[in-house]
Design a binder for this molecule. Structure first.
Ligand SMILES: C[S@@+](CC[C@H](N)C(=O)[O-])C[C@H]1O[C@@H](n2cnc3c(N)ncnc32)[C@H](O)[C@@H]1O
Length: 346
């Protein structure tokens, strides 16, 4: 307890404000890179508190920029902070934070989409999957164009226990455009229910912590921002390979406003479509007239289990690709019912 008390009082020495750092190093936000900075340290402290207790933790911050969140992470008493930043202009400011924290910051100039997270932390931090989460955390406020593909990539790595999940059930606290944060956490029958809701909630306890109004950023983005916390489950809700779940969920949400049998049907080649769709829905005990947004996680679990069984019985089925069939038909000049294109980021 005494040690905790001492650590809890850890503060960085007085430093120039983030605003002064921006001026000092001439860090004008690059609009093409969707850079929007958080200058209010009360707000960055609030984001970091949502990650949980960071005393002695090993943290990776993605996209630290001028270092607002970085300071809050250091003030939370972490053991080591790895920052991965793509834009070289921010490196001198981050080096200053490293000196102020007596070398706690390891700076990587790189792209988080390709960075090898499986080697980011010392091996002794690894914990068995069914143990408590390791003392390893990921925190970040990235551009939206990066955070959505990144979470999709990390969800797949989570299912395979690779990348940052080599260390166990690594927790993540990340920002998204408010609407994406709502999709990630949307429950059954919610208007925002989508592919992302199922893919994330299958693997993690997902919490939409709070919304940051756009005006809190410099420069102000067009949209508000949601802070989302992810804790991986020991067991996914759907115990099937990620690719099987992804294919079923993507197909079902392809026609999000229609009855779910439309989406299910595109899992099957045209010659067996009617029969297989009827069989899959009957075996999974799913009402064909439910809308995709009305399906529960249990519905998706049953659909994925039945689809997997059908794929086991017909080894060519999983490779079937509706879009490819559409493309071929178009090339051959044949007409067909067009898929109502869904936003793939949903
Ligand atoms: C929206 S700004 C936020 C900066 C800082 N985290 C804050 O809250 O003030 C996003 C930051 O992520 C960095 N970034 C963008 N894409 C990246 C990538 N692929 N890998 C690492 N950093 C990236 C940008 O250079 C920028 O510093």
């Amino acid at each position: 307890m005494a040690t905790q008390g001492v650590l809890a009082k850890y503060r960085l020495p007085p430093l120039p404000t983030i605003g002064e750092i921006i001026k000092l190093f001439n860090l004008r936000a690059e609009k093409q890179l969707s850079q929007n900075f958080l200058l209010d340290l009360k707000l960055t402290d609030k984001i970091v508190r949502k990650a949980g207790n960071l005393q002695n933790a090993y943290v990776c911050e993605v996209g630290p920029g001028p270092g607002g969140i970085t300071r809050s992470i250091l003030n939370a008493g972490v053991e080591e902070l790895l920052v991965v930043e793509k834009d070289t202009r921010f490196i001198p400011g981050l080096k200053m934070l490293n000196e102020a924290s007596s070398g706690k910051v390891q700076i990587v100039h790189g792209d988080i989409l390709t960075y090898r997270m499986d080697r980011a932390f010392p091996k002794h931090l690894k914990k068995p999957w069914d143990d408590d989460p390791p003392n390893v955390h990921i925190i970040g406020n990235l551009p939206f164009s990066v955070s959505t593909p990144l979470i999709i990539k990390w969800l797949e790595q989570l299912a395979d226990r690779t990348g940052p999940f080599t260390y166990g059930r690594t927790q993540m606290t990340l920002t998204f455009q408010k609407e994406v944060a709502e999709r990630l956490t949307a429950s059954t029958s919610s208007k925002q229910r989508s592919r992302l809701s199922i893919m994330a909630q299958n693997l993690c306890n997902v919490k939409n912590c709070f919304t940051i109004p756009g005006r809190a950023f410099v420069p102000k983005p067009e949209v508000d921002v949601g802070v989302v916390h992810f804790t991986p489950f020991i067991q996914p809700k759907i115990e099937q390979p990620f690719k099987v779940v992804e294919k079923v969920v993507r197909s079902v949400f392809q026609f999000r406003r229609k009855y779910c049998h439309h989406g299910v049907s595109i899992l099957f080649p045209e010659e067996s479509r009617l029969k297989c769709t009827e069989q899959m829905l009957r075996l999974a005990d799913v009402d064909p007239t439910l809308r995709p947004t009305e399906l529960t996680m249990t519905h998706f679990k049953k659909l994925c289990n039945v689809y997997r069984e059908m794929c086991d019985q017909n080894p060519n089925l999983f490779a079937y690709n509706f879009r490819e069939e559409l493309r071929m038909r178009k090339l051959q000049g044949k007409t067909t019912e067009e898929g109502e294109e869904d936003d793939l980021q949903r």
